[in-house]
Design a protein around this ligand. Structure first.
Ligand code: NAD
Length: 299
């Protein structure tokens, strides 16, 4: 049986992930409809093919890294018939839990195996091979995928059954969105009350308000030199992606009847910000809160 890997979706994340598999010695059959992505994959050493079916039919594992659940389902419907029985489908895209479950069911109905394996760590993590993978699916399938995921990631966690990898991703990013908004509101309040950004950081980073959004990703320039705030809020993690993830969380909250008013409000706040600023880093929400609070931009 073939040991090749089909890689479908060679964008910001999929491109470098596929390149790391090539670097580790795997034969990667790559497909993306965008010519620039195809050229880059060829330069990285992948075998670029003309259709998704051509990649899938010769591979034991199929990895997808696609924009939406709709696209994942569309691609699965297109390629499942071309795969050899027992092919392992690993979807690394961030999508609805319900779509992830449906994708896995489609694969299993065709005699294949399937995992949801979304990631955290962004483009820099994809490039460095240090992504965190959150995996849902059966234990033997997880064991089969683990060596590949470890090539692309620094941390690989089997979270539970089908869809539970997406659940972990959605829960994490809902907390991240909420914490970034809460922190930004506190920073703007501090500004109004005469507290400098550096003093805010010195106190809160070692007090009970401490959080990743402050200590690693501080949304105002100065205290954490590598944060996007020091680079005119160039992403980083774009507002469009945070808005997407909070939308997925909102769907899951509603589907499951969770009384999560803050999670739903966070989705609404980012949706509004996303209308004008989708390309900015998500930490730029602090500039919006400042503006809406009648303050000049102090960033
Ligand atoms: P991207 O838009 O850069 O890449 C998606 C790629 O999929 C594009 O190159 C597109 O041409 C390709 N594509 C679209 N339809 C296709 C099809 N039918 N067959 C094959 N390829 C197709 O997006 P990205 O930033 O690489 O993100 C991919 C996924 O990873 C998304 O679900 C995103 O939410 C998630 N994610 C992104 C980040 C990040 O920082 N960018 C971090 C974590 C998770």
């Amino acid at each position: 049986m073939s040991t090749a890997i089909a890689f479908l979706g060679l964008g910001h994340m999929g491109g470098p992930m596929a390149a790391n598999l090539v670097q580790a010695g795997y034969e990667v059959l790559a497909y993306d409809p965008v010519p620039a992505a195809r050229r880059q994959a060829r330069a990285d050493g992948a075998v670029v093919v003309d259709t998704p079916a051509a990649a899938v039919s010769k591979s034991a594992v199929v990895i997808t890294m696609l924009p939406t659940g709709y696209t994942v389902l569309e691609v699965y419907r297109e390629v499942l018939v071309s795969a050899a029985p027992g092919t392992l489908f690993v979807d690394c895209s961030t999508i609805d839990v319900a779509d992830a479950v449906q994708a896995a069911e489609l694969a299993v109905a065709q005699g294949h195996r399937a995992l949801d394996a979304p990631v955290s760590g962004g483009v820099s993590g994809a490039t460095a091979g240090t992504l965190t993978f959150m995996v849902g699916g059966a234990a033997p399938d997880f064991a089969a995928a683990q060596p590949l995921l470890e090539v692309m990631g620094g941390q690989v966690v089997h979270c539970g059954g089908t869809g539970v990898g997406q659940a972990a991703k959605i829960c994490n990013n809902m907390m991240l969105g909420i914490s970034m908004i809460g922190l930004s509101e506190a920073i703007v309040l501090g500004e109004k009350l005469g507290l400098s950004h550096q003093k805010f950081f010195d106190v809160v980073s070692t007090a009970s308000g401490q959080c990743w959004s402050l200590t690693t990703y501080c949304p105002v320039p100065g205290p954490v030199p590598a944060s996007p705030a020091n680079n005119d809020y160039r992403p980083g993690f774009a507002t469009a992606l945070m808005t997407k993830d909070l939308g997925l969380a909102a769907n899951a909250l509603r589907d499951n009847g969770v009384d999560a008013r803050i999670g739903l409000l966070a989705a609404e706040i980012y949706q509004r910000f996303n209308q004008d600023q989708s390309g900015m880093d998500f930490s730029a929400i602090v500039t919006d809160i400042r503006k809406r609070s009648g303050e000049d931009d102090k960033a």
